[in-house]
Design a protein. Structure first.
Length: 58
């Protein structure tokens, strides 16, 4: 599966999957073959960061 390119759509997709399917960001990256550093950098460019306590980018 190819992750969305648009950062805002990516944010929505990732947070939905984290909420509904994945235990944490590492689980998400494993399931969707995503590079954790690239993902956090791309969403970080929008000033979002991963919060492991709530398992979401905020």
């Amino acid at each position: 599966m190819t992750l969305p390119n648009d950062p805002f759509i990516l944010l929505s997709f990732v947070n939905t999957k984290l909420r509904d399917e994945c235990e944490n960001l590492d689980d998400f990256c494993g399931r969707y073959d995503a590079d954790k550093d690239s993902l956090t950098q791309k969403l970080g460019s929008l000033s979002y960061r991963y919060d492991p306590d709530i398992n979401q980018f905020v």
